[in-house]
Design a protein around this ligand. Structure first.
Ligand SMILES: NC(=O)c1ccc[n+]([C@@H]2O[C@H](COP(=O)([O-])OP(=O)(O)OC[C@H]3O[C@@H](n4cnc5c(N)ncnc54)[C@H](OP(=O)(O)O)[C@@H]3O)[C@@H](O)[C@H]2O)c1
Length: 409
């Protein structure tokens, strides 16, 4: 098993503030990161904060964190950002190039919390600049995992997993015992439809799918949790981060979301990480690593929780998980297409255009139509990753255009 980049522990001496940037600062992970930073006055100097469109929210965050620059990806939001930051001394910029320039400002750590494949180019720019990465944006690894980690290794940067399950594994992993890892298990809450029938799931409304029982997250990952595509993306993420083949990466449904993941070692020992379903915990772990910070999270009491339960995932009702495993065996191009089709289908579902089960059906059909990947480039550059992503989106939209072909039953 190859070593993940993040296992070489740096020695941190002294208490100089850590220089940090947050990509996707206005989102769910982004604002949890802001909370962690504000809870440690003097521990951080913030260089750049970025958002997609929400200029007013971004300006407020930039002011609270005393950031040097704020960037919105959407150029039409530039005026609003400039106005909101007038007189603060914080630079304002907009557009794709400005976002990449901000991500490439060298800092100690970049929190990569943009949602979707849109996060790939800026996060790669941060890697090329030599900044360590606290990676929430799992789509980077799903779209271009080998390229992403290859570049990180070449640049000598650490990639620290923010995703709670991968952060759990990262915490339980003993670098010197990597060859003795028998398997890695990540848990899934099961989402809002854990006990629903397929018929009920096909009629599920957007509001019902967004009603996650445990985690408060952005809309895309919340729908991914309801389909369990999120867990499929996480198996792909774990494969890249920890260097294990799919047959040693297990998924277990654990509705209480207390145990986030565990490692089974060859001697029969199992090391797990437990904690509240609060993203500030894994974020604080990455921001402090290899140290630990105190957080403001609520006291956690296993006795009052009482019972922890574990189930096998139902692949009939949640086919997305099997689709992701299948794509993983097809390599980076297949997982990139899986992600592109999923982004298109989730967006269509959120806009009320398709039924809930149509999401996985669209992904399956897109993968089928692009099977073999003839004419698509190998993913050896960001441009190639985005070209495959673009083709995946085009085919997924065509699939949705002829929706009667979908096999939702
Ligand atoms: N939320 C969680 O608890 C959680 C847990 C584990 C992993 N993750 C992963 O972390 C990532 C972020 O998730 P989230 O739930 O925080 O998402 P979110 O709440 O939707 O936030 C997404 C962030 O990305 C920005 N953004 C959206 N489109 C963009 C674009 N085209 N270019 C640049 N910026 C763009 C958004 O800006 P605007 O606000 O302006 O739209 C926002 O700041 C995802 O990859 C997710 O899978 C999330």
């Amino acid at each position: 098993m190859k070593s993940p980049v993040s296992l070489t522990r740096p020695v941190r001496t002294g208490d100089a503030p850590r220089r940090i940037s947050i990509l996707g600062a206005t989102g769910s992970v982004g604002t949890s990161t802001v909370d962690v930073i504000l809870g440690r006055p003097g521990a951080f100097e913030v260089e750049a904060v970025t958002a997609g469109t929400r200029a007013a929210e971004l300006a407020e965050i930039a002011i609270r964190l005393k950031a040097r620059i704020a960037v919105v990806a959407d150029p039409s939001c530039h005026g609003a950002l400039v106005e909101a930051l007038a007189g603060t001394g914080i630079a304002a910029a907009a557009g794709e190039a400005a976002l990449i320039e901000a991500a490439a400002r060298p800092v100690d750590l970049v929190v990569a919390a943009i949602v979707g494949a849109a996060g790939l180019a800026p996060t790669m720019a941060a890697i090329e600049a030599g900044s360590d990465i606290a990676l929430a944006n799992k789509e980077c690894l799903v779209c271009a995992g080998s390229l992403f980690l290859g570049r990180a290794e070449a640049a000598g940067v650490h990639v620290l997993p923010v995703d709670s399950e991968h952060n759990a594994i990262f915490q339980a992993l003993e670098a010197e015992n990597m060859p003795a890892v028998r398997s890695i298990t990540i848990t899934a809450s099961g989402g809002p439809f854990r006990s629903w029938t397929r018929e009920a799931m096909q009629r599920a409304s957007v509001a019902e799918a967004l009603n996650h029982p445990r985690w408060s997250m952005g809309p895309k990952i919340t729908i991914d949790s309801a389909t369990m595509m999120n867990k499929g993306l996480e198996v792909i993420e774990a494969h890249h981060l920890f260097g294990l083949d799919a047959d040693r990466l297990e998924v277990v449904v654990h509705p209480q979301s207390v145990v986030h993941g565990w490692i089974t070692y060859a001697d029969g020992s199992i090391l797990a990480q437990l904690g509240a379903a609060d993203m500030r915990i894994p974020i604080a772990h990455c921001l402090a690593w290899p140290r630990r910070y105190a957080t403001e999270t609520k006291p956690f009491d296993l006795v009052s929780i009482g019972t922890l339960t574990f189930e096998k995932p139902d692949l009939e009702r949640f086919p997305a998980l099997a689709l992701a495993r299948g794509a993983l065996s097809g390599g980076d191009r297949a997982t990139n297409i899986l992600n592109a089709a999923n982004e298109v289908a989730v967006d269509a579902f959120l806009k009320g255009g398709i039924g809930f089960l149509d999401i996985a059906a669209c992904v399956a059909e897109t993968l089928d139509r692009l099977a073999g990947g003839s004419g698509l480039p190998d993913i050896d550059s960001v441009a190639a990753a985005l070209a495959v992503d673009g083709e995946g989106r085009r085919v997924a939209r065509a699939v949705l255009g002829g929706r009667r072909a979908l096999r939702t039953g």
